[in-house]
Ligand binder design. Structure first.
Ligand code: ATP
Ligand code: FE
Length: 347
């Protein structure tokens, strides 16, 4: 069985072919960073139009790179939400066109389920496991019990960590995206020179907060500028190191609690922030201490891609799910069953 996955919920146009046996035959990701660079963020209308223009080519490339004809495909999986509605609609309409034209089954996929099921694609792990999803737009702990069985244990109550990294980079005039540049700067910094808060660490549970960290960093920066008349190179490095250490400690401590409350064999991460080596190392230690395996998929499969959508589609397909031409694009679509009685409604 071969599944075509289509992803267009944010600023990446992606298509991939993945087998039911976990082989990634091709994975094409077309970023849009340059299109949005002048606007300081993703512009939904620009993103939607770019997706509509590029989906055709992305799918074409995915098929040719895999050496697969559309007639060899078992089903078409597409992100049906959550995300920027224009982009999701472009993807859903395009997928419907292919499915109808080629007479293939259509399977709508939750984008977050795509991220959360990635360790099953990369490492073939079984259920249950814990997933920490940390990206520019999301931050949540999920207990994953089945391809459609997710329990949200907690998450950020304000900014996502990636967003906080990006804002810190902006404060310090470092290049975007902020995560990699803050990490590079932090490499030569002293994480102990500045004391940054550890928001919500004193509260029980797995909820987190990152906006206060950013505010504290802003105050420290302004204080340094007032005292010294400007920032010195070492100041930036020390601020970045302190910030990174604070994020790592919060994520690690909350992961420790999540694992203590849910002793499962695997702690997995996904999302762009999972690329950070300090954060990875902290999470790996937590998993080790709890006697759990730590899994971080390769970066290309941690950030948005079509392979995870193809795979999540394959898992839904195996459960018998098929969507009709009435498949709707959903801007909001919580993964948690209790929060989303509609989940799995496309049977
Ligand atoms: P989502 O997919 O949840 O809608 P997104 O598309 O912004 O959000 P990703 O592409 O998974 O998410 O991740 C991008 C984010 O990851 C950015 O905020 C970026 O700063 C952050 N990031 C990337 N590399 C690093 C790193 N080395 N350290 C910290 N953060 C990082
Ligand atoms: Fe994503």
């Amino acid at each position: 069985q071969i599944f075509l996955g289509i992803e267009s919920s944010c600023d990446d146009t992606a298509a991939a072919l993945v087998t039911g046996g976990r082989r990634i035959l091709s994975s094409v990701v077309q970023g849009q960073t340059a299109l949005h660079a002048d606007f300081g963020g993703v512009v939904p209308e620009i993103a939607a139009r770019a997706h509509a223009e590029r989906l055709d080519l992305a799918v074409e490339q995915a098929l040719s790179q895999a050496g697969v004809a559309l007639s060899d495909v078992t089903a078409v999986a597409v992100t049906a939400g959550p995300g920027l509605i224009g982009g999701v609609m472009a993807g859903v309409m395009f997928a419907k066109g292919i499915a109808a034209g080629a007479g293939l089954p259509l399977v709508g996929v939750n984008h977050l389920a795509g991220h959360a099921l990635t360790p099953r694609l990369t490492d073939g792990i079984g259920f249950p496991y814990l997933m920490l999803l940390v990206s520019g737009g999301h931050c949540q702990f999920l207990r994953v019990e089945g391809p459609e069985d997710f329990t949200r244990l907690g998450g950020t109550i304000d900014d996502a960590p990636g967003e906080a990294f990006d804002k810190l980079a902006k404060l310090l005039a470092l290049p975007q995206p902020g995560g990699p540049s803050v990490e590079a700067e932090a490499a030569t910094g002293d994480p102990d020179r500045f004391a940054l808060p550890r928001p919500l660490l004193d509260r029980p549970g797995c909820d987190m907060s990152f906006s206060g960290l950013k505010t504290a960093a802003l105050r420290l920066r302004d204080q340094l500028i007032a005292d010294q008349g400007g920032l010195r190179q070492g100041d930036r490095a020390d601020l970045c190191a302190a910030f990174q250490a604070a994020v790592a400690e919060v994520l690690a401590e909350k992961s420790r609690r999540a694992l203590a409350a849910h002793p499962v064999p695997v702690l997995a991460v996904a999302g762009g922030v999972a690329a950070n080596r300090t954060i990875r190392a902290a999470l790996e230690r937590v998993a080790q201490d709890a006697g759990a395996r730590f899994l971080a998929p390769p970066l290309a499969l941690c950030t948005d891609n079509g392979a995870m959508i193809a795979w999540a589609g394959a898992e839904r397909f195996a459960l018998g799910h098929r969507d009709g031409m009435d498949l709707a694009a959903r801007p909001r679509w919580p993964l948690d069953r209790s929060a989303a009685p509609m989940l799995g409604g496309g049977k």
